[in-house]
Design a protein around this ligand. Structure first.
Ligand code: AMP
Length: 217
């Protein structure tokens, strides 16, 4: 099995890299952010609960996201493994994940961390544009669509997520530093953590991550 956690500050490219890793290794990418955004747009009970927290850049309550993960990794497509993108986000979630995996008899093979400075994160998140229809992510500097404002994949309209706006970005970074950064030590102590710099080209970062997965799983 290849059971992988991908860590890193918001905007570092976790979504892009985990989608590429998912294709490369034939295991699903599980993004709690994507699942929650879908619930918000479908106006489900969970979506209604999550919306306020997400728009403020705060973490959705632990029991909601833990429930999502517990449910999702039961699916057959997780038999060969999975990539968790955006979960866990704090130590309590990490401890709950350990319990869920233990109960299922699954190992956690490797925790990949993509590192980036705070300034870099602000530059990246501020330029991010997402497709209203399919969620594909573009960037005004790093990944421009062929036609401005239009998704290459499905022709949908591109927009700036409310939580990618400047004032929310600062809040998200504070949340990251306070809640998520302690996971680096948590997984270092477990001997699971492997880090790469988020500075280079998407392809370079991807090839470093693949190497680590091949060595570590
Ligand atoms: P993301 O797309 O991973 O940046 O997630 C977008 C938003 O969804 C976050 O700012 C949180 O409000 C919420 N979210 C995603 N994953 C989690 C999680 N594991 N725990 C709590 N909230 C989450």
């Amino acid at each position: 099995m290849k059971n992988i956690v991908l860590l890193g500050p918001p905007g570092v490219g976790k979504g892009t890299q985990s989608k590429m890793l998912s294709e490369r290794f034939g295991i699903p990418q599980i993004s709690t952010g994507d699942i929650l955004r879908k619930a918000v747009s479908d106006k489900t009970e969970m979506g209604k609960k999550a919306k306020v927290f997400m728009e403020r850049g705060e973490l959705v309550p632990d029991e909601v996201v833990i429930g999502i993960i517990d449910d999702r990794i039961k699916n057959d497509d997780c038999k060969k493994g999975f990539i968790l993108d955006g979960f866990p986000r704090n130590v309590n979630q990490a401890e709950e994940l350990d319990k869920i995996l233990k109960k299922k008899g699954f190992p956690l093979n490797i925790v990949l961390s993509i590192d980036a400075s705070e300034n870099e994160v602000i530059r990246r998140l501020g330029g991010r544009r997402s497709c209203k229809e399919c969620g594909e992510v573009f960037h005004i500097f790093f990944r421009q669509p062929k036609n401005a404002g239009i998704c290459d994949k499905c022709g949908g309209e591109l927009y700036q997520r409310k939580d990618d706006k400047e004032e929310t970005i600062r809040g998200r970074l504070e949340v990251y530093n306070r809640e998520t950064n302690p996971l680096i030590d948590y997984y270092k102590k477990m001997g699971k953590l492997r880090s790469v710099s988020g500075k280079g080209e998407i392809k370079e970062i991807f090839s470093s991550l693949c190497k680590l997965v091949e060595e570590g799983c």
